[in-house]
Design a protein around this ligand. Structure first.
Ligand SMILES: *[C@@H]1O[C@H](CO)[C@@H](O)[C@H](O)[C@H]1NC(C)=O
Ligand SMILES: *[C@@H]1O[C@H](CO)[C@@H](O)[C@H](O)[C@H]1NC(C)=O
Ligand SMILES: *[C@@H]1O[C@H](CO)[C@@H](O)[C@H](O)[C@H]1NC(C)=O
Ligand SMILES: *[C@@H]1O[C@H](CO)[C@@H](O)[C@H](O)[C@H]1NC(C)=O
Ligand SMILES: *[C@@H]1O[C@H](CO)[C@@H](O)[C@H](O)[C@H]1NC(C)=O
Length: 432
């Protein structure tokens, strides 16, 4: 403690010179992973394929996660405007005891510095210091052009639930002018929930902080051996799975995951339910004196290249209404200045690039999102009511913490605020 004090004093004195940012860290022990979203604001105009390459995600998955129409010809080359906010789907894994996404690689360009990569290209999702550490860079002033860097991205799983309901967590970089009530309103959550999830003592954030925002989602109940086990889709969006053969949607009417064959999917295994003439996503309803006899053929996961289907019949009090799909938007071409999607854009003109080669996407045909209810009408089987996941992280957010400070050789500082019982804690990254 005696040794700590002078550095703490230095830290306090130099506060005005520092840009402090906090992010929520979720400790983890098992090597499982979950679906998560990373909120990214485009620093410059980028093609859909370029944004996808920056994060090494499938462009179709990227568009699906943002409910952007994928049936537009050549949508891969559509240019998205600077300042646009996108949710990037990612896999959140457990690395070195904390949740993070470590699948993103960046290939350095001539004028790159760790700060420009961190603050500009990845819009504050990673700090220069985190990139330096993740790549064991001893001298950050010497970056070789073409060097491949791991970009650690913040993410949380929290058991894919929030307040006992299925959720997917969005890592949100706070922008200038953001307030916690404003963020809560935008994502249909509450200030209390954001404070609990992020173990905050006061509802105060600064630009650059990274919050975990729980989004209501549809959970799947695919078996553990399915490659898409744990698939979670945010309300109002879509996901593509089973090698582009199956598309799943969530909301808006209920939070039951609903999957159908992706249109024009090629070389897919059978999507017909055994012992019936129903295809994946088909629901039949028959009013009887006892109630409504609902039969549905639903998606059960992707196993060894095989699409699992489940045929289920249930007697429901009422026949389900017409099927609703999340509304799909055309690929944005401008940022609405009134929209929350628009954070006062001050893009740094720069050539899009530096991203790793586009992952092998190759659209297998043209996809079309179901924008209108298909004639098949009724839907909403209860057969796939997934067990509601439970989570108690919100009880653990006691915020009387303590600081311990680490001062590294480069003068970078990291403060750990360990909340309550240590279930959750915050990291502060300070850079000069
Ligand atoms: C899902 O989204 C729709 C509209 O986007 C909204 O009306 C509905 O309340 C949301 N459901 C939940 C559980 O948040
Ligand atoms: C419900 O429908 C299924 C398939 O159409 C049928 O096999 C089953 O006998 C029906 N059950 C009742 C109670 O009508
Ligand atoms: C999937 O393939 C693996 C080996 O390739 C095999 O051990 C396993 O039994 C298969 N699972 C199913 C459900 O067919
Ligand atoms: C069954 O699903 C397929 C594929 O989504 C669709 O083309 C077809 O119209 C559906 N049939 C019925 C009877 O709902
Ligand atoms: C996570 O959710 C599952 C149910 O989906 C539940 O059994 C388990 O206890 C939960 N874990 C925690 C730590 O809340």
């Amino acid at each position: 403690m005696a040794l700590l004090f002078p550095t703490l004093l230095f830290y306090l004195l130099s506060l005005p010179l520092l840009v402090l940012s906090k992010s929520t860290i979720e400790p983890c022990s098992v090597s499982d992973s979950c679906n998560a979203l990373v909120g990214y604001t485009l620093y410059t105009e980028l093609k859909v394929s370029e944004v996808a390459a920056l994060f090494q995600v499938d462009p179709v998955a990227l568009l699906n996660a943002n409910a952007i129409d994928i049936s537009i010809p050549d949508v891969d080359n559509h240019i998205l405007p600077a300042g646009l906010f996108l949710k990037i789907p990612t896999i959140c894994s457990c690395t070195d005891g904390i949740r993070k996404s470590v699948s993103t690689r960046y290939k350095t360009r001539p004028s790159d510095t760790l700060s420009s990569i961190a603050d500009t290209v990845y819009a504050g999702l990673a700090s220069a210091d985190q990139i330096r550490e993740a790549n064991s860079i001893t001298d950050p002033s010497v970056l070789e052009v073409g060097q491949i860097l791991v970009i650690p991205l913040p993410c949380t799983c929290f058991n894919s639930s929030d307040n006992f309901l299925p959720a997917i967590y969005l890592s949100y970089v706070v922008l200038v002018g953001d307030t916690v009530p404003g963020i809560a309103a935008r994502y249909s959550t509450t200030v209390t929930d954001i404070m609990n999830v992020n173990a905050m003592g006061t509802p105060v954030v600064r630009a650059g902080d990274i919050l975990a925002i729980p989004l209501p989602a549809c959970a799947s109940s695919f078996p553990r051996y399915a490659s898409d086990h744990g698939l979670t889709v945010a309300n109002g969006s879509y996901a593509i799975t089973a090698s582009h053969c199956v598309q799943c949607s969530c909301g808006p009417g209920n939070l039951n995951l609903y999957c159908t064959p992706a249109s024009l999917a090629v070389s897919c295994s059978s999507m017909q339910c055994r012992g019936s003439n129903l295809m994946l996503g088909n629901v039949t309803a028959q009013a009887t004196s006892a109630g409504c006899n609902v039969t549905s053929c639903s998606y059960g996961g992707f196993v060894n290249g095989t699409i699992l289907t489940t045929l289920s019949t249930s007697l429901q009090p009422r026949c389900p209404g017409p099927l609703q799909f999340p509304s799909v938007v055309p690929p944005p071409t401008f940022v609405n200045p009134d929209s929350f999607l628009a954070p006062s854009p001050s893009p740094i003109p720069s050539q899009p690039g530096g991203a790793m080669p586009t992952p092998k996407t190759s659209f297998p045909g043209t996809f079309s999102l179901p924008g209108v209810s298909p004639a098949s009408g009724p839907a909403g089987s209860t057969s796939q009511a997934s067990p509601i996941k439970q989570l108690n992280h919100f009880v653990n957010a006691i915020n009387v913490g303590f600081f311990c400070e680490l001062l590294s050789q480069e003068g970078m500082q990291q403060d750990f605020l360990i909340a309550g019982n240590g279930f959750q804690f915050m990291i502060n990254d300070a850079h000069l």
